[in-house]
Design a protein around this ligand. Structure first.
Ligand code: 3HC
Length: 288
C-alpha cells in the first residue's frame, strides 16, 4: 500500500468523517483545523458518532481505542509533512484552496497525492494550484461519511495512473466502494442527484403536492431512504443552492437552475438541519 500516512484538511462535517474512517481503518491520520476550538468541535463529533455506534452495538469498543490511537488533531499545516495522501475538505472557496495547496506543496514530499473532497469545483482548476498537477485528484465522499459506502475518484486529463490506482486502493482499504469518473461538474452523483432535489423543490413550489406527500412518494414509491425535501434539508439548502449555481454556470441547462423558493429560503437563513429550519423544523427530534 503506497499510502500509509493520511492528512485531512478541515474537521467539519465531511473532514471529520473522512478522518474518522481513515483512522478506523488503521491509517495514522492527522486532521488539521484552523483553530483549537474548531478542532475540538470536530474531534468531539467523531467520538460522539463512534460512541453512538458502540451504544447501538454497531461499533466494537476497541474501534474507539483504535481511532484514538491513529487520529491526531492539529492546527499546524506543517505537521502534515510526512503524509502520503492529503484530502482537503475545507470550505468551497477557491482562493482559500489555492492558498492551502500552495502552502502544502512547499512542505510535503514530492510523491504525495493531493485530493479535494469538493462537490462541485473543478478538480482540473485546482490542480493548477500545484506544481505536480498529475498527483492531484478528486475524492468525493458522501454525507454521513462513516455510513455512506461510496467514494467518487475523480481524475483529470493530466492525472497520473499510478496516483489514481493508489487512491483507489486507499478508498477500498477504508471500506468504500469506488466509482471512477472524469472531472465534470457534479461528477456522477451530483449530476443526477441535484436536478432531482431541485425538481422536488419545484414540485413543492408549484403546489402539486405537500412536503410530506413528495417525500413519501419517493421513499415509498422508489425505496429511497429519505425523501428529496428531507434530503435537501439534510445536505443543506445553502450547499444545494451553491452547487446548483456552479452546475448551471457549467452546463447552462434549466434543470440545474435553482428554483426561486430555494433561493429565498437560503436568503432567509433557512438552510435546513444546520440552522434548525428548512423544509422541516429540526429543533424537534425527529424533525417535524
Ligand atoms: N455508528 C455505526 N453505525 C451506525 C451509527 C453509528 N454512530 N449510526 C447509525 N448506524 C447504522 C445503523 O445501526 C444502521 O445499520 P443497519 O442498517 O445495519 O441497521 C444504519 O447505520 C442506518 O442508521 P439508522 O437506522 O440510525 O438511520 P437510517 O436508517 O435512517 O439511515 C442514513 C440513515 C444512512 C443517513 C440514511 O437515511 C441514508 O442513506 N440517507 C441518504 C443519505 C444520502 O443520500 N447522502 C448523500 C447526500 S449527497 C452528498 O453527500 C454529496 C454532497 O456533495 C452534496
Amino acid at each position: 500500500m503506497a499510502i500509509q500516512r493520511v492528512g485531512v484538511i478541515g474537521c467539519g462535517l465531511m473532514g471529520s468523517g473522512i478522518a474518522q474512517v481513515s483512522a478506523q481503518a488503521g491509517f495514522p491520520t492527522l486532521v488539521r483545523e484552523v483553530s483549537p476550538n474548531a478542532l475540538e468541535k470536530g474531534l468531539g463529533s467523531i467520538y460522539k458518532f463512534l460512541q453512538a455506534g458502540v451504544d447501538k452495538g454497531k461499533v466494537p469498543p476497541y474501534e474507539l481505542d483504535k481511532v484514538k490511537k491513529n487520529l491526531t488533531g492539529t492546527v499546524k499545516l506543517e505537521d502534515l509533512t510526512d503524509c502520503d495522501l492529503i484530502v482537503e475538505a475545507a470550505p468551497e472557496n477557491l482562493p482559500l484552496k489555492k492558498e492551502l495547496f500552495g502552502a502544502l506543496e512547499a512542505i510535503v514530499k514530492p510523491g504525495a497525492i493531493f485530493a479535494s473532497n469538493t462537490s462541485s469545483l473543478s478538480i482540473t482548476e485546482m490542480s493548477n494550484f500545484c506544481k505536480r498537477p498529475e498527483r492531484f485528484l478528486g475524492l468525493h465522499f458522501f454525507n454521513p461519511v462513516p455510513l455512506m459506502k461510496l467514494v467518487e475518484v475523480v481524475k483529470t486529463v493530466r492525472s497520473d495512473a499510478a496516483a489514481v490506482a493508489d487512491a483507489n486502493a486507499w478508498c477500498m482499504a477504508i471500506g468504500k466502494t469506488v466509482v471512477n469518473c472524469g472531472d465534470s461538474t457534479g461528477f456522477v452523483v451530483n449530476r443526477l442527484l441535484v436536478p432531482y432535489m431541485l425538481d422536488a423543490v419545484r414540485v413543492y413550489e408549484q403546489g402539486l403536492a405537500s412536503r410530506d406527500d413528495i417525500d413519501n412518494a419517493m421513499k415509498l414509491g422508489c425505496g429511497y431512504p429519505m425523501g428529496p425535501l428531507f434530503l435537501t434539508d439534510y445536505v443543506g439548502l445553502d450547499t444545494t443552492y451553491y452547487i446548483s449555481e456552479i452546475m448551471f454556470d457549467e452546463f447552462k441547462e434549466p434543470r440545474f437552475a435553482a428554483p426561486p423558493l430555494l433561493k429565498r429560503m437560503v436568503l432567509a437563513g433557512q438552510h435546513g438541519r444546520k440552522t434548525g429550519r428548512g423544509f422541516y423544523d429540526w429543533s424537534a427530534n425527529p424533525p417535524k
